[in-house]
Ligand binder design. Structure first.
Ligand SMILES: C[S@@+](CC[C@H](N)C(=O)[O-])C[C@H]1O[C@@H](n2cnc3c(N)ncnc32)[C@H](O)[C@@H]1O
Length: 187
């Protein structure tokens, strides 16, 4: 579904929210080594930029060349255009060999991928033991009741027919996704 994101790479780079540093510090505290992170569906590099401060190297991939064009360029981040459906051979060639990655992140994009293919690839590239997969998303901002009522009308009613049905996983905050990995301790 990368074509949804092709036209507005510059607007993404200018206005997409970033994520709090505490999120990355927490995730990084779960990987014993900090050599290599892979940010999947990186967009214009919102998560990759933060990961670059905590990992020696970051590979940031996306199926939209336009998004990558506007991504923040950093010396230890390699941006890589990947096909929407990546084969295992392409994974090895474009991303990294088997068992070499400390951390895989996917921010606000899991719903666009085929989960079973993605999980197989994550399982293959992650270091064993101790490799970590971190998935997160966000939905609508809450300001106050008055703003909420206006926003909900626009977002959930007027615009609803135009949203891609795959976003339903997101609207549910990924609560019901398959997650065939061992959870990490929160503390
Ligand atoms: C909502 S944006 C999220 C961007 C960024 N990770 C963030 O947190 O803001 C979703 C991204 O997923 C990418 N995407 C969609 N389908 C993809 C696929 N099959 N493989 C790789 N990237 C994909 C889009 O091009 C887009 O950049």
């Amino acid at each position: 579904m990368a074509e949804h994101f092709a036209k507005q790479g510059k607007e993404y780079a200018d206005s997409r929210p970033s994520y709090p540093p505490q999120l990355f510090q927490f995730i990084a505290s779960k990987t014993p080594s900090h050599d290599l992170a892979w940010d999947v569906a990186t967009g214009t590099g919102q998560a990759a930029k933060s990961l670059s401060t905590l990992y020696k190297n970051v590979i940031a991939t996306d199926a939209s060349e336009k998004q990558l064009e506007f991504a923040t360029k950093l010396p230890n981040v390699r941006y890589q255009h990947t096909p929407s459906t990546m084969s295992m051979t392409e994974l090895e060639q474009m991303v990294s060999p088997q068992g070499t990655i400390d951390l895989v992140t996917i921010a606000q994009a899991l719903h666009w991928l085929d989960l079973s293919t993605f999980y197989k690839q994550v399982n293959w590239v992650l270091k064993k033991p101790n490799g970590v997969l971190a998935i997160w998303c966000y939905t609508s901002p809450r300001v106050n009741d008055a703003v909420g009522a206006l926003h909900d009308k626009l977002y959930s009613f007027d615009a609803k027919p135009y949203w891609d049905s795959r976003r339903e996983l997101l609207e549910d905050n990924y609560r019901n996704i398959d997650f065939p990995f061992d959870p990490v301790e929160r503390g």
